[in-house]
Every structure is written in C-alpha cells, then in structure tokens.
Design a protein. Structure first.
Length: 169
C-alpha cells in the first residue's frame, strides 16, 4: 500500500511549538486557517503527485485539545480528516490522533523548540519501515515540511515536500 496520502495528512497537520510556550500551549501555533501545497515523490511508499490542503484549527472548550479539520485535494481525489492534538502533563507527552472515515491513527510526536516530528513504524515484507514528518517554521505565519522513510535507521529517502501559510478567514 502506498503511504503518501497518509504521510500528507500527517505532514499538513503538524504543529510546531511557539517559542517560550510549554505543554498544551505550545500546540497553539497552528490555531487559525492554513493553506498548504505539497509534492509527493515516487518511492516504494509514496506516489508522485501534487496536493493542496485547507486546514482550520481551533481549541476545544477548556483548551485541552487543538482540533484541526482538513480538506486534502489531490490530483484524483478529495479527502476530509480531523486531527486532534493534546498534551498529557502527568506523563509529559504530546499526543496526535488523525481521524478519517476509515479509522483513527495514534501517531507518535515529539515537540521541541525547533519544531515537531511525527514518527510511525510498520513492517513491510519483513522489513521495519520508519516514516517521519518534520516541520520547520520560517515565521509565525509560514512553515515548511517534508516526509521521509528509512529501512535501516540511517539513510532517509524523501517522500514529500511542501509548505504552509496562514490564510485569511
């Protein structure tokens, strides 16, 4: 199965921390509306193509969760998803849940002062494959992202690159 669509969904929901913020507040950088473009590359785990994404993120009542609704428009399909981000203060751990009509994925995320990284590992033909998505913020209204995979933990192959900017409501 090609994982480019899943990787795109992960890449486009990723949140980097606001400088100086901690815990759940560090997730607030993506609050608002965002427009993104991405280019997928042909790999064993992705299909070449381009996509556009519209994302709208808002806090839940109580400010415990950042909820992002997305519409991903690819060359031959349109998909909708919801992403939920939160922080477990007791466990000092961030959580990300991606919900689509086909199910919900719980993906590991690491948040630090330079950005956020998502990681997911699966087995393909007896090989462990790790996919990671990284986001780098240029300023509060723009970030770049890329997704890559490895089968040896050392050599990474790009699957997707893109950028996102804050959109007007």
């Amino acid at each position: 199965m090609k994982y480019s669509f899943v990787a795109l969904l992960l890449a486009l929901c990723v949140i980097a921390p606001a400088r100086g913020a901690s815990g759940v507040d560090s997730l607030g950088r993506l609050e608002g509306n965002w427009d993104s473009t991405a280019t997928s590359l042909q790999t064993p785990y992705s299909t070449a193509g381009t996509s556009g994404v519209k994302t709208s993120c808002a806090w839940s009542t109580g400010r415990d969760f950042l909820i992002c609704q997305q519409t991903v428009t690819g060359e031959s399909q349109v998909a909708h998803s919801v992403a939920i981000y939160t922080y477990d203060a007791a466990g000092a751990k961030y959580h990300f849940y991606a919900a689509r009509v086909t199910g919900v994925a719980d993906v590991g995320i690491t948040v630090d002062t330079t950005g956020i990284m998502y990681t997911n590992t699966f087995t393909d033909g007896g090989k462990n494959v790790t996919i990671r998505t990284l986001n780098v913020w240029d300023d509060p209204d723009h970030y770049r992202f890329w997704t890559e995979y490895t089968i040896d933990g050392q050599h990474w192959t790009k699957m997707l690159t893109g950028s996102s900017h804050r959109a007007q409501p």
